[in-house]
Design a protein around this ligand. Structure first.
Ligand SMILES: C[S@@+](CC[C@H](N)C(=O)[O-])C[C@H]1O[C@@H](n2cnc3c(N)ncnc32)[C@H](O)[C@@H]1O
Length: 471
């Protein structure tokens, strides 16, 4: 997934920052190399791009690209004098750094390389702490997880460091230190990637209809979005019920999505979260969002639910919501709802409530054997911008889908979708189709238990955590 998402993030950020990109060059570079050579308009554009990225690492102005050290040194010696002059203005300083990707270098290796790089014809002062320019030798030994790293690098780069990426953002938002989390809280890196795919920028209005503990809107808020969410699970949104943290039994009274925003100093970006059913119509028709980001329930760790008793039969036109309205405490009942109902509702909702040019970014859980492109919902209002896979188990995956609204909404437009792929709930398919040996241990255990207790019974809808399901 990483490589395809990395290229998608790059394209999205170029669009967001209005930086022209050479698509032919990008296509040619789409190999599984950790390095990417790209023509960009200038240093400032390159810095902006990498500083917003959460998947890239750093960017450099490439001065020399070679296959062997001898060639690299020859090219360094022949660098144009006027270029060298720009780096050695009076009072400037520099340092040299060595990085190897896919191999560990000893300190002796590093010293040898620095010795070899003395051919770099720069006569300004060396400053290891705070130099004006930092020049780096990058050695590419292939992908890091190779069993036996190559002895010789496949390629070498010598360049001037421009900026590091926003990679640390994922660490700042890490779940182990987040105040309020749940069993399906989204990994912060993936949430940040989603916000990038959704082109969230300062002032964007962003909505998550399956907000849970708020991980996706926190990432959107981190990039300056004003964020709003809804979830059917009242107990969760009110921070009650059992805690998912080890050794804790009940949630504290102040656990909430807002508490998470406060933890990161993002409360100004918090609009609100509502207890609401995504399949119901609870927003005014004229509400428009800049982006909608969502991780719909797969029904594996959390229920797929809706308000009302009847089996939901969604129209591809969201105006026919059959719900009785907002869930109100114990008054609401849980109707049966399968994954495709929610996906159709999500895409229809986004077609109506996104501004033209806005993006819908969401996860679509799939069974690998049955997946094909027709499983991705289509709608006349949307272009599918990207679709990349993340494996969840030996036979299941989820796909990160990015759609951009390219046409104004029309009530006659329908969602087209290979519904037969989701005739049952994903949960049922997940537990029946996954080969036992491919399954993570905890799921193997779960399956054993459920087979013993109810060998053939079809599964009824699970109640929302902590809420009694009506008989
Ligand atoms: C995969 S979780 C989302 C987790 C969330 N992204 C987070 O980081 O905590 C899906 C959420 O959808 C909610 N949900 C299920 N059915 C719903 C419905 N019909 N309308 C709104 N929310 C629903 C569940 O309560 C659950 O919190």
């Amino acid at each position: 997934m990483v490589f395809s998402v990395l290229f998608q993030e790059l394209r999205s950020l170029c669009k967001l920052l209005k930086i022209p990109i050479n698509e032919d060059q990008l296509q040619a570079e789409q190999s599984e190399s950790p390095f990417l050579l790209l023509d960009l308009p200038g240093d400032e554009e390159a810095r902006l791009l990498v500083q917003r990225s959460v998947l890239m690492k750093s960017c450099y102005e490439c001065l020399v690209h070679a296959r062997e050290m001898t060639h690299l040194r020859e090219h360094i010696q022949r660098l144009p004098a006027d270029l060298i002059a720009t780096y050695s203005t009076s009072g400037s300083s520099f340092r040299l750094r060595i990085h190897a990707y896919g191999r560990k270098l000893s300190s002796q290796d590093v010293r040898n390389r620095i010795e070899l790089l003395k051919v770099f014809p720069l006569d300004s002062r060396v400053d290891l702490q705070n130099p004006t320019h930092s020049f780096h030798l990058l050695e590419d030994y292939g992908l890091e997880d190779l069993a036996e790293p190559a002895l010789q690098p496949a390629q070498l780069f010598f360049g001037r460091w421009l900026a590091d990426s926003n990679k640390d953002a994922a660490h700042k938002l890490r779940l182990d230190e987040r105040y309020f989390i749940g069993t399906t809280s989204m990994d912060p890196l993936l949430a940040l990637v989603m916000a990038n795919q959704a082109l969230v920028s300062p002032g964007s209005l962003v909505y998550d209809p399956f907000v849970g503990t708020g991980s996706l809107i926190i990432a959107a808020a981190y990039f300056g979005g004003y964020t709003f969410g809804a979830d059917i699970d009242k107990i969760l949104l009110h921070g009650r019920g059992r805690s998912t943290r080890a050794k804790k039994t009940w949630r504290k009274s102040d656990e909430s999505v807002l508490a998470n925003f406060r933890q990161y100093g993002l409360e100004k970006q918090y609009v609100d979260v509502l207890v609401a059913d995504a399949t119901s119509r609870f927003l005014r028709d004229d509400v428009q969002f800049d982006a909608i980001i969502a991780d719909p329930p797969y029904g594996v760790r959390e229920p797929i639910a809706r308000v009302g008793k009847e089996k939901f039969n969604p129209s591809c036109d969201d105006t026919q919501a059959v719900s009785s309205g907002m869930p109100a405490g114990a008054d609401f009942q849980l109707g049966r709802c399968v994954l495709n109902d929610l996906i159709i509702t999500l895409v229809s909702f986004a077609a109506k409530h996104l501004r033209t040019g806005g993006r819908l970014v969401y996860w679509l859980p799939v069974l690998q054997d049955e997946y094909n492109d027709s499983a991705v919902p289509r709608h006349a209002c949307f272009d599918v911008i990207s679709n990349s896979e993340q494996c969840l188990s030996g036979s299941t995956s989820r796909r990160l889908i990015t759609m951009e609204k390219v046409k104004d909404w029309d009530p006659n437009y329908q969602v087209t979708f290979a519904k037969e792929i989701y005739t049952e709930t994903f949960r049922e398919r997940y537990f029946t189709s996954t080969k036992d040996k491919d399954r993570p241990k905890h799921l193997r255990f779960k399956n054993k238990i459920s087979r013993k207790v109810r060998p053939t019974e079809p599964k009824e809808l699970q109640p929302v955590t902590g809420l009694p399901a009506r008989q």
